[in-house]
Design a protein around this ligand. Structure first.
Ligand code: HEC
Ligand code: HEC
Length: 202
């Protein structure tokens, strides 16, 4: 009996971190200041701003920390995160993660076909790995290792991000540096095509 109680208590202790991770309810009100740019439900209408809806909470928290520490530089976002605590970041991330991303159209057939080839097979002659290998066949990403959701993301934002990885303007932790070596081997046309394909991927 004693053992069973102890085991139950132990299970409760280990269950705690999950509850401490962030409250989507609290995040909804805390994210009101973000809505003008990212959309009330995280579906940014401005093409070169990122959608946050459905993005993995761990990835969102990591990027907010990167802005705060200056590892990722962006004049707009630096100001936004200055006063956010770790708890604020977790709550806001939980809120956006609970929303659904609206998938785009990807209506240019030539770009879509070229983009699909790169996404699913990489570019062998240049040593570019298939995006699918890490971001998943439908672009859902891989939460435990912080590979972000991509499917449905605004094409213009993806293009900006890839060019910033390529030039080094977008900083990241060591795990994120993989994107620098991916983007460095890609031409503008290849980036545009894969971004177009991803905006309609689901
Ligand atoms: C005035 C417009 C604006 C406001 C307000 C704003 N953002 Fe942003 N946000 C941006 C832009 C632009 C970027 C892209 C920055 C870049 O290219 O590095 C961005 C990037 C991000 C990213 C990285 C997304 C990714 O996919 O890597 C997160 C997370 C984020 N913002 C969260 C927030 C949160 C949380 C708030 C509110 C506390 C907020 N933003 C307020 C414009 C804004
Ligand atoms: C080996 C794993 C891996 C491969 C292959 C890979 N990625 Fe990534 N990708 C990542 C990681 C990790 C991040 C997060 C980087 C960071 O923290 O900045 C990321 C981030 C991104 C982002 C930024 C998302 C956002 O919301 O800001 C884009 C866009 C992206 N990848 C596109 C691609 C494309 C396109 C390809 C194929 C040409 C690709 N990735 C291949 C691991 C990978």
């Amino acid at each position: 009996m004693i053992y069973r109680v102890a085991a139950t208590l132990l299970a409760m202790v280990f269950a705690l971190p999950a509850h401490a991770a962030g409250s989507a309810d609290a995040g909804r009100s805390k994210s009101q200041v973000c809505a003008g740019c990212h959309g009330a439900d995280g579906n940014a209408a401005i093409p070169n701003y990122p959608k946050l809806a459905g993005q993995h909470a761990g990835y969102i928290v990591k990027q907010l920390q990167n802005f705060k520490s200056g590892m990722r530089q962006n004049a707009i976002m630096q100001g936004q995160v200055a006063n956010l605590s770790q708890k604020d970041m977790q709550d806001i991330a939980a809120y956006y993660a609970s929303q659904s991303i609206k998938i785009g159209a990807a209506s240019d057939e030539a770009k879509r076909v070229m983009g699909e080839r790169i996404y699913r097979g990489g570019i062998e002659s240049k040593g570019v790995a298939a995006c699918m290998g890490c971001h998943g066949p439908t672009g859902k990403g891989n939460p435990p290792v912080n590979y972000p959701l991509l499917g449905g993301q605004n094409a213009d934002y993806i293009t900006v991000s890839m060019k910033d990885y390529r030039s080094g303007a977008r900083g990241s932790d060591d795990a994120g540096k993989i994107m620098h070596s991916v983007a460095k081997r890609m031409s503008d046309d290849e980036i545009n095509a894969v971004a177009h394909y991803i905006s309609g991927l689901h």
